[in-house]
Design a protein around this ligand. Structure first.
Ligand code: GUN
Ligand code: ZN
Length: 451
């Protein structure tokens, strides 16, 4: 059947690479690699994909075809933990997490009381995600409800897949950055009513971490999760030793950091726990039993000196904890999921482990989609998915192009590792959200749609 232009049909031609499954389970067959592929997009969704010479005849008159021959067509990246109010604290010096939060991050977040500042920051942040090929993310706002409104309005205009929520924080923070158990609950509830399920937005109940929430506030977070089906929860867990010691002092009854969240019903398959570096066996077992997700943030962990996350221990086959991959901007140092894959590779090597490049690519795409319960909508390019797509041109970085001339392009895992280590936003040629080109680098020939 020919596809007519009236169905708002676009075609992208190039080398198509995406994960159909987890390479740890399915080996090399998990990555589909179509050397000269065609991706057909109809009304914002993937309609078909396959070799260009077989699919070309399905194209009707007037279908817009972008020829990305020599370039790579991938699913848009997904970032499972990132702070949009922290774009101005990337690379700020601190002696540890709590010092970095107090001296840099809290003052930066206080500025979000101003809705105009929130609006311009949200625009910068979302555009930066797109420049990096990231089309979906789980995002922290600040305690101000207006910070959520700004991000959601901008994400809605771009059609992006954003999971987000107002930070809840009622102690151990500056007075102008505190809510209380009741106001945090009430404001979150109003934001859920306003944003959850609208367009491609979903709400995440967001108590910052156990250090900054009282028991009453954690109780309120649990109540919100019970009262509304389909919400996410996002928070931080076991990032630094000094943080863990503080949690021990604040919750003397708890046998572990994880047990604090567990007590208030915050563990579960839609719960995303940032970092998860220093966990005991009982905690890992509890995360596994509840199908909770550990969102790993390797560039942040290196920068803040938090530690080397133990990917292999998390995934121990006897109790495999679900994992996701994330930048954690502004603790993290790069918006690029390629650079984030590279950092997890290095951290795993430093631990003496073996990180499969195909597995890292899976994490940044389909793995993160599964972690968010969004397989089928995002994470790969199978027909029926929303057409969130990134086009990479390795030639835009001479060092990468030169490396690939050595033949790395033939073996997919070699190619993926070279892309991660030597690639970043400089090789992103274009980013499509639901089939619309929202970012294109100069010289790409793609006309960007203004949100
Ligand atoms: N723990 C609590 N809040 C934060 C934050 O903003 N960044 C990081 N890296 N860790 C946290
Ligand atoms: Zn974080």
């Amino acid at each position: 059947m020919k596809r007519a232009a009236s169905h708002r049909c676009t075609a992208l031609r190039g080398r198509i690479l995406h994960a159909l499954g987890d390479p740890a389970e399915e080996g090399t067959a998990a990555i589909e690699d179509i050397a000269d592929g065609l991706l057909l997009i109809e009304d914002g969704r993937i309609a078909a994909l396959g070799p260009a010479d077989t699919l070309r005849e399905a194209l009707g008159e007037g279908v817009v075809c972008h020829d990305f021959s020599g370039r790579l067509i991938l699913p848009g990246f997904i970032d499972a933990h990132v702070h949009y109010p922290q774009t101005r604290v990337v690379a700020a010096h601190g002696i540890d997490l709590l010092d970095w939060l107090a001296r840099h991050t809290f003052p930066a977040e206080a500025a979000f009381a101003d809705p105009e500042h929130a609006r311009s920051s949200a625009r910068f942040f979302l555009d930066e995600l797109l420049r990096n090929g990231t089309t979906g993310a789980a995002v922290y706002c600040t305690i101000h409800p207006g910070s959520v409104d700004a991000l959601c309005e901008e994400a809605l205009a771009r059609g992006m897949r954003i999971v987000t929520g107002k930070v809840m924080m009622d102690r151990n923070a500056p007075p102008d950055l505190r809510d209380d158990a009741e106001s945090g609950y009430r404001e979150s509830k109003a934001l859920i009513a306003r944003w959850h399920g609208r367009g491609r937005l979903a709400y995440a109940v967001t108590p910052r971490f156990a250090v900054t929430s009282s028991e009453a506030q954690l109780e309120a977070a649990g109540a919100l999760l019970r009262e509304h089906a389909g919400l996410y929860l996002q928070t931080h867990l076991a990032e630094q030793r000094s943080e863990i010691a503080t949690v021990g002092r604040l919750f003397p009854w708890a046998e572990s950091y994880t047990a604090v969240y567990d007590r208030f019903g915050l563990l579960g398959p839609r719960s995303l726990f940032g970092h998860c570096i220093h966990l005991g066996e009982a905690e890992l077992r509890r995360l596994w039993e509840t199908a909770s997700v550990a969102a790993l943030c390797p560039t942040s962990n290196s920068f803040l000196g938090s530690g080397l996350v133990d990917l292999e221990a998390l995934r121990d086959r006897r109790r495999p904890v679900r994992t996701a991959l994330a930048t954690d901007i502004g603790g993290g140092t790069s918006y690029s999921m390629l650079q984030t894959m590279a950092e997890l590779y290095k951290v795993t090597r430093l631990r003496g482990g073996n990180a499969d490049p195909a597995g890292l690519f899976y994490m940044a795409t389909l793995g993160n989609a599964r972690a968010l319960g969004l397989e089928g909508e995002i994470g790969n390019l199978t027909p029926g998915s929303i057409a969130d797509v990134v086009v990479l041109d390795p030639r835009r970085r001479p060092a990468l192009a030169h490396r690939l001339e050595a033949g790395a392009a033939e073996a997919v895992s070699e190619l993926l590792l070279a892309l991660a280590i030597l690639g970043d936003e400089r090789i992103v040629e274009a980013t499509f959200v639901a089939g619309r080109p929202l970012y294109a680098c100069p010289g790409s020939g793609v006309s960007v749609v203004q949100p």
